[in-house]
Design a binder for this molecule. Structure first.
Ligand code: FEO
Length: 385
């Protein structure tokens, strides 16, 4: 597939993967993108995941038309992109690996046998000339690992963005939801902690004249790029992109769930957009994404072993480690003899910036009664605004 006259797509699709990075459900597969720039010198942009050496090298060989690559540019050392560097070097031992100093630290940690004399170390701002085309390197530490760098090709105005602007789903999967939904789950899950670093990247990218974004996952983006850029700006500033309520709950015997369903019904009747997640059963990544997507969050759980139910503790850890902030939050707690879930939750959220905690706490003692039903209604009225 041609990205431009001289830039080809040589990525692969993983349709057998169940969990990306060991935790994210990917029912529509995953793409490991790679590209080749054909010029006087030939540069390959990243390798692919470990099970795809043969397919990737076959696509590369076809794109090369009998020539040999001069460079393999390593933008990211995470194994979903770096696993086939050794296979590449076995096939093309005269090629030069291009990366920054940290790239090669990680390269030596992952691979013991790659020789030191086939490396070119670049810094942010350096340019690699290929002939008519060139690559300008931008360091983008922590988007998503510290060695990450991105590359801009000014002749065709192509921005190779590493993990940024990536998305769950195979390259050949035509996502009926469009780009934003699975790109948001990917962004929040993978890069969500690093909003400051993404803001720094967006500032650097704003100085470039970009026609096409070539990420390492998901579709190649071209045409009007403003939606992608503005969503990345919003996400990395931790701003919600929807007015609505995410409701995450755990329920041992169904009584907490009953309160959640009642709240959800009342909010929906009031025309509020909601999404409800049973944290013991639903995809954690979707539940985390919803907390960041909406401007309001309800956490409903039981007091459990003088703590909170484990799935809720885990969920809150996912939020806080991604710098959850700037949202309205309410708690529904259940406890038969000493309900302390709200206190525990507020303690766990203590370090989050800009949270507005609702005073409308719903306390259930075992099962809903008139008092707790009224509290659910008060919360629904507050969150319906
Ligand atoms: Fe797609 Fe951070 O690896």
């Amino acid at each position: 597939m041609n990205i431009t006259n001289d830039i080809r797509y040589i990525g692969v699709n993983d349709h057998s993967i169940d969990l990306f990075e060991g935790q994210y459900e990917v029912p529509n597969g995953m793409a490991y993108n790679s590209y080749v720039i054909l010029d006087e010198k030939i540069a390959v942009m990243d390798s692919v995941g470990e099970d795809f050496a043969e397919e990737w090298l076959g696509k590369l060989e076809e794109a090369l038309g009998g020539r040999k690559p001069d460079y393999l540019v390593i933008q990211h050392m995470e194994p979903d992109h770096s696993s086939n560097i050794t296979a590449f070097m076995e096939k093309y031992p005269e090629a030069i690996l291009v990366g920054n100093a940290k790239t090669f630290t990680f390269l030596d940690q992952f691979f013991e046998t790659l020789p030191a004399n086939t490396r070119q170390i670049v810094k942010g701002g350096d340019t690699l000339s290929l002939g008519k085309h060139s690559l300008q390197f931008l360091l983008a530490p922590m988007v998503h690992w510290p060695e990450v760098m991105m590359s801009y090709e000014p002749t065709d105005k192509v921005f190779f963005s590493a993990d940024a602007f990536g998305k769950f789903g195979a390259f050949d999967y035509d996502d009926p939801e469009g780009w934003a939904c699975e790109a948001a789950r990917y962004y929040i899950g993978i890069v969500g902690k690093y909003g400051t670093q993404v803001q720094a990247l967006l500032k650097k990218a704003s100085a470039l004249d970009i026609a096409t974004i070539c990420p390492l996952h998901g579709p190649v983006l071209s045409g009007d790029l403003s939606e992608y850029l503005s969503l990345y700006d919003k996400w990395s500033r931790y701003e919600p992109d929807k007015h609505g309520v995410a409701i995450a709950y755990t329920s041992v015997y169904g009584h907490t769930k009953e309160a959640v369903l009642s709240l959800n019904e009342q909010l929906q009747k009031a025309g509020v957009k909601t999404e409800v997640f049973d944290l013991a059963r639903d995809d954690m990544g979707e539940a985390v994404e919803a907390a960041f997507r909406f401007d309001r969050l309800v956490l409903a759980t039981t007091t459990y072993n003088n703590d909170i139910f484990p799935f809720m503790r885990d969920y809150i850890a996912h939020l806080t480690e991604r710098n959850f902030q700037n949202r309205r939050v309410a708690v529904i707690e259940n406890g038969s003899w000493a309900p302390t879930a709200r206190k525990t939750i507020l303690g766990l959220l203590e370090g989050c910036k800009g949270l507005s905690i609702s005073e409308n706490c719903v306390t259930i003692k075992s099962a809903l009664n008139a008092e707790s039903r009224a509290a659910v209604t008060r919360l629904a009225e507050e969150f319906a605004v």
